[in-house]
Ligand binder design. Structure first.
Ligand code: ATP
Length: 617
């Protein structure tokens, strides 16, 4: 348990939240001076407020505030709270605008940025305080309360408090904090390095802002060796993968310095680190959130620990394993899609045949108090695999605790062969790893590279599909269509001459559109998209029976629409979400095709794309 050092207790008043809001604005507007501004604010805080920077840092880096991991409030829920607190009719123009904050309106710059749409709604109310006045401590107390809210009634109370105690500008920043994205362009590395030269080191091994603030409050202090190592029962920040920006697999080989490399499957689950200390277990997510209450803190509790405890070697006093939590279905004899993890993790019925969490291990960072991060990956894998019997870290238990498969590769053809295998086995992709690299905490470098089938030109499914509608984007894509609903034309209806064609929804795609494609979409078709009314959808589109994924914000009539070529890793069952009964996995737009568009999506002379009609499915 971490205790606040006595030196950090201050009698000086907490500063006004307004001062932080001014800093946030300035950080956003002057990106080249971010480090300078943060350094100066830290100094002012130390001089005028005290030596405890934690109350400030958790507001500056809300996504890293582990003690208030989630507020259970996203844009739509917050919009509904504001509609109620502001006394708006949800069907009125103002209410509609708040709830449908992504929907563009002529001349409206706030569209797509929820905090700004909210700000405008708040500002237009006479009753709001213009002055604000809440201190940083006051804001932290308010957020603590929000964090413990159980239902909508509680949420509304907090939003009411915000209305009374914060100015519209301050509320805009507070909403960003609640949504865990300050949008001021601040990264933890900038903040922490301005605070203390070893702050990043400690943060990487603890993922704990409070620990960093309370341990390194004195700039001249230094960590002892043990403090900068991963520690049992303390979440570290795991190594992540670099994305391969090219379709040429030789690039990966070069990244591996043209030396032999290791190939693992990219598992489609949740990144989890398992800490074991005798009979006690801790499970942490990638961001350091604790999941032990699900999987089991002790031998007899949870949906995983009881089934794996005996699998560990008798000599294993403690260890830290890194891997991916998947769901294993014993009846089907296969892993299920990531979406089923939550229900499997919560299912305490212990039924023999029920889908269950299965931890697939690909790394080991500690064994019997020895930290292994500085050893090469090859050595770490040897520790995991080689020894037998009681010296082995664990004996795999099928469907509960397994070892991730590993292959050796030397050139691009080895990666391609493995990618083909991944496709056949409906996998997500591969992670190519440098066997000579140590474990890089919080790193995303060329030592681990993710390769997905859809990157490789010759693999995957290429389909020409018809655009039926779209969804409004947010942030940078605010006010613009950011993803497209596509479908298939119902062939049989060609028989009925003169009848309008009908279409069956088939999938949704966001990735792959270039800046030029987005511009083309906006310029050529922006005015063709019409608001989609869920109560009264166009009769020529057939929707899935569950239909959670195929109800767009806007639709486009066939006469104005166009064809896109979509590349996907595979075709999978749609589980009722799309009318075609099937849908695509990991889709990306490869080309926009239209009888007026060239492959790159730029407008061309009519008739240029002769095949356009035939390409419609
Ligand atoms: P994506 O959206 O493609 O999953 P991401 O941004 O979530 O990517 P990346 O850093 O690109 O994350 O990929 C790392 C993630 O890949 C890890 O958090 C982990 O959950 C997952 N992963 C799956 N299999 C492996 C593996 N064999 N080795 C390392 N990471 C893996």
């Amino acid at each position: 348990i971490l205790e606040r050092p006595a030196e950090l207790i201050s009698t000086k008043p907490s500063p006004n939240f307004k001062i932080l809001c001014r800093l946030f604005e300035s950080l956003r507007d002057k990106p080249q001076k971010r480090k300078e501004q943060i350094t100066s604010m830290i100094q002012q805080w130390r001089d005028n407020v005290g030596l405890d920077l934690y109350p400030f840092f958790r507001l500056l880096l809300p996504e890293r505030d582990r003690e208030r991991a989630t507020y259970g409030l996203k844009e739509t829920a917050l919009a509904k709270c504001y509609v109620e607190v502001l006394g708006l009719d949800p069907k009125s123009e103002a209410g509609h605008r708040l709830i449908h904050w992504k929907q563009p309106r002529p001349g409206d710059e706030a569209t797509g940025d929820f905090p700004s749409v909210c700000y405008e709604a708040i500002k237009s109310r006479k009753s709001t305080t213009e002055k604000g006045g809440l201190t940083v401590d006051g804001v932290n107390i308010l957020l603590d309360k929000l964090h413990t809210c159980r239902d909508r009634k509680d949420h509304i109370k907090i939003v009411n408090m915000m209305m009374h105690e914060l100015s519209p500008e301050e509320q805009r920043w507070l909403i960003r904090i609640i949504l865990k994205d300050l949008k001021a362009g601040v990264r933890e590395k900038t903040v922490l390095s301005a605070f203390h030269p070893q702050a990043i080191e400690l943060f990487n091994v603890s993922s704990d802002l409070k620990r960093v603030c309370w341990t390194l409050w004195d700039r001249h202090s230094r960590l002892n060796e043990k403090d900068s190592e991963v520690t049992i029962m303390r979440a570290f920040l795991p190594q992540l993968c670099k994305r391969l920006g090219s379709t040429d697999l030789n690039t990966v080989v070069k990244m591996m310095s043209n030396k032999p490399f290791l190939i693992e499957e990219k598992l489609d689950g949740e990144r989890i680190q398992l800490h074991k200390k005798g009979d006690e277990y801790m499970y942490y997510s990638r961001k350091g959130h604790i999941y032990s209450y699900l999987y089991g803190e002790h031998v007899g509790t949870g949906t995983l620990t009881p089934y794996i405890h005996e699998a560990f070697g008798k000599n294993v006093r403690n260890c830290i394993l890194d891997g991916e939590m998947l769901v294993w279905d014993p009846l089907l004899g296969k892993y299920l899609a990531f979406g089923s993890l939550k229900s499997a993790a919560l299912d305490t019925s212990q039924q023999e045949d029920a889908p269950r969490p299965c931890f697939k291990v690909f790394d080991i960072l500690m064994l019997n108090d020895t930290c292994l991060t500085s050893y090469t990956l090859r050595t770490r894998r040897e520790v995991l695999y080689s020894k037998k019997g009681e010296h082995r870290v664990f004996e795999p238990v099928q469907g509960r605790l397994e070892m991730a498969d590993l292959w050796e590769g030397r050139d691009a053809s080895d990666i391609k062969d493995r990618l083909e295998w991944v496709m056949e086995n409906r996998g997500e992709g591969l992670v190519v790893k440098n066997p000579l690299a140590p474990y890089e905490l919080n790193g995303r470098s060329e030592q681990w590279v993710k390769v997905k089938p859809e990157y490789a030109d010759e693999l995957g499914e290429n389909l020409d599909v018809f655009v039926l509608g779209g969804w409004w984007g947010s942030g940078k894509r605010g006010g613009k269509i950011s993803s497209l609903l596509f479908g298939l034309r119902n062939e049989q209806e060609k028989e009925y001459e003169g009848q309008e064609p009908t279409f069956t929804t088939f999938g949704r795609v966001a990735g792959g559109l270039s800046f030029a494609d987005h511009k083309w979409l906006q310029d050529q078709h922006g005015h063709h998209f019409k608001p989609f009314d869920r109560e009264n959808p166009p009769s020529w589109i057939k929707f899935g029976p569950v239909g959670l994924d195929d109800k767009p914000d806007v639709y486009i009539e066939p006469d104005h629409s166009f064809v896109i070529e979509v590349k996907a890793s595979e075709i999978t069952p749609a589980d009722g979400n799309f009318a075609a009964g099937l849908t695509v996995r990991f889709p990306r737009v490869k080309y926009i095709r239209h009888d007026r568009a060239s492959k790159a999506g730029h407008a061309t002379q009519e008739g240029d794309d002769e095949n356009a009609e035939e390409e419609k499915i």
